[in-house]
Design a protein around this ligand. Structure first.
Ligand code: FEO
Length: 178
């Protein structure tokens, strides 16, 4: 059965959003490198890789349903932020926006009675809880650090964020491997 064209289009739009997310976090990573916060840079670098995986998960799904992937232009992300707190506030707002887009996609899939897509999108619904939670937690920590005016605490958080390790998603199947 051919893929529902409205869902197919919306999923293609979401690939662009996920790739933009990857671009945004890679830009943040490079900014952290430029201000000497290498742990923060690592954390955002891993985040950028995960966002690309999110895009590829949708890419593979469209193909598995016999749909057509149509890649789109990706916006230029911001380049500089005022502080780590400023950058993480932007991240949190961005993730809230992505959550609303995912919810919109679920609503569309339900409206179009596309049960396979409704099911597929549940992974993203769950993932967004983690995405918003992580960004929100770091915003709270940075607010506390700002209040205490402690660069020692910022150094400790930088060290902690430096331990994040990228784990590739195993669900995406490269062409020709099945
Ligand atoms: Fe792919 Fe951060 O949402």
């Amino acid at each position: 059965m051919a893929m529902n064209p409205n869902v197919e289009k919306a999923l293609n739009d979401q690939i662009r959003w996920e790739l933009y997310s990857s671009y945004l976090y890679l830009s943040m990573s490079s900014w952290y490198e430029s201000v000497g916060l290498r742990g923060f840079a690592n954390w955002e670098y891993v985040q950028a890789q995960e966002e690309k995986d999110h895009a590829m998960k949708i890419y593979q799904y469209i193909i598995s349903r016999g749909g057509r992937v149509k890649l789109q232009a990706i916006d230029v992300p911001p380049y500089e932020w005022k502080s780590p707190l400023d950058a993480f506030r932007v991240s949190l707002e961005h993730e809230q926006k992505v959550t609303s887009l995912i919810n919109g996609l679920v609503n569309l899939a339900i409206k179009e009675k596309d049960h396979a897509s409704t099911n597929f999108l549940q992974w993203f619904v769950d993932e967004q809880i983690e995405e918003e939670g992580d960004a929100g937690q770091i915003v709270d920590q940075l607010k506390m650090i700002e209040k205490d005016g402690g660069s020692g605490l910022l150094y400790m958080l930088d060290k902690e964020l430096g331990t994040r390790v990228y784990t590739p998603l195993t669900t995406a199947t490269p062409p020709g491997s099945q």
